[in-house]
Write a protein that binds this ligand. Sequence first.
Ligand code: FE2
Ligand code: FE2
Length: 186
Amino acid sequence: MSSPGSFLSDIKNIRARARQHLTQGAVTSNYGGNVEDAITLLNHAVATEIVCVLRYKFHAVCATGLASEAVKQEFAQHAKEEEAHLDLLAERINQLGGKPNLSPDGLLSRAASEYTEGENLVDMIKENLVAERIAIETYREMVRYFGERDPTTRVMLEHILAQEEEHANDMHDLLVSHEGRPMLEK
Ligand SMILES: [Fe+2]
Ligand SMILES: [Fe+2]
């Protein structure tokens, strides 16, 4: 640990370094990680979110049946929130000096989640629960990776992760009420 005095004397150097490499924008010399790796990882998450937006939108439109109205609304709400995650990730990639990969080419191979239509309402709910569980696991890994290397990205990912956990919980609740049996193991 450096003393407060040495931190203050470093200010001169910090100021000098800030004037160099202005083209790197928010990425300064003490960025803890490898920027290219960070952008690659974030672009995988971008692809995952796009697939989730598309799947939830499909389900929101195609869910049919007497009991489906509340579920449709939940799917539509999740589609919006996945889109907000996509925006956050794309903005962060831009801040790091990268390009968000929004190309439809090879989208599914970049994404961790799958695009599955499902044959009925319960199937759709299950597929979304599976996708949320995949998202939770990948975001948790990413939070660990970014750790102290890049706290800004980590905090953003923690926020997204918390929302994916809510999504999984919503899907689990819907599954319980629509399957008519408890899903928790005894
Ligand atoms: Fe998401
Ligand atoms: Fe989600």
